[in-house]
Design a protein around this ligand. Structure first.
Ligand code: PNS
Length: 162
């Protein structure tokens, strides 16, 4: 049974994230998509909202489970019995941070956890959740960046903020 965890902030989930989820779900028997409950940052969407959105969007994949975690990722890996972490690499600029995270996690887990990187589809190589939020905050078109329900919910957030 090959099990992996795909962790992230997903605030909000983008087309790039969805592409990684689909591809990782084809590689692993079970994929746990795990939303970080980061007490330090103020997200646009609450953890519960992000988990619900991801559950709706991944409903068609029978081997994908969505959950959340707080604290160290390696502890979440242990809790969910997932020895492999999946991360997407958009460009070389992601590499240094991702390598550092992967080395740290491997050390913290006594070499029992590995990270594998999937290259982001070129169509989404420039995409980030932060860009999506910035464009939406100014009323720009985010329909090419996030699934339709996510676009609607993101605009609603900014409209409710005023
Ligand atoms: O989508 P993101 O924000 O790039 O994902 C980063 C994430 C959530 C995977 C990472 O920040 C994380 O897991 N943090 C939890 C704390 C942790 O384990 N830190 C040690 C690894 S350096």
């Amino acid at each position: 049974m090959r099990k992996a965890i795909y962790p992230g902030s997903f605030d909000p989930v983008t087309m790039g994230h969805m592409d990684i989820i689909k591809r990782a779900a084809n590689i692993f028997d079970e994929l746990i998509v795990a939303v970080l409950d980061n007490k330090v940052k103020t997200p646009l969407f609450s953890v519960e909202e992000r988990v619900n959105i991801l559950e709706d969007l991944t409903g068609e994949f029978s081997n994908v489970r969505v959950t959340s975690y707080s604290g160290l990722l390696v502890n979440a890996c242990k809790e969910f019995e997932a020895p492999v972490i999946v991360r997407g690499l958009r460009a070389v600029t992601d590499f240094e941070y991702e390598l550092q995270m992967s080395q740290t996690n491997r050390k913290l887990a006594d070499s029992k956890i590995d990270t594998i990187f999937l290259n982001t589809d070129l169509r989404y190589a420039y995409l980030s959740s932060s860009t999506v939020k910035e464009v939406a905050s100014f009323g720009g078109d985010i329909s090419a960046f996030v699934p339709k329900p996510v676009a609607d919910l993101t605009y609603a957030k900014f409209n409710s903020v005023g």
